[in-house]
Design a binder for this molecule. Structure first.
Ligand SMILES: [Zn+2]
Length: 95
């Protein structure tokens, strides 16, 4: 078990890193080859990514926003999240 899993991208070229979001109840993924250029410490049990990750879903004029830092196995939700875990810091769970 680990907090982060490496998965193949849909196009089968390269990998991305996925984790379970305790606020959204779904997995979010980070593509190290995308933009912005994320830095990942490659520690699957005590992961850190930099910079912050923003996930927008739903309608453009009223999106759901999940915006957070992952720092040494903790997920720190920022104040512009639209869910109830905004401003909270929670341990990432194994999945
Ligand atoms: Zn989320």
């Amino acid at each position: 078990m680990a907090k982060i899993h490496e998965v193949k991208k849909i196009d089968n070229v390269g990998v991305e890193y996925t984790f379970m979001c305790p606020a959204c109840g779904v997995c979010h993924s980070v593509d190290l080859d995308g933009y912005p250029k994320y830095v990942f410490n490659k520690n699957m049990d005590q992961p850190s990514f930099w910079p912050a990750i923003m996930v927008r879903t739903g309608p453009e004029n009223n999106p759901n926003i999940c915006h957070f830092l992952i720092d040494i196995g903790l997920i720190k939700f920022l104040s512009d999240c639209t869910h109830e875990l905004k401003n909270k810091t929670i341990k990432l769970e194994d999945f």
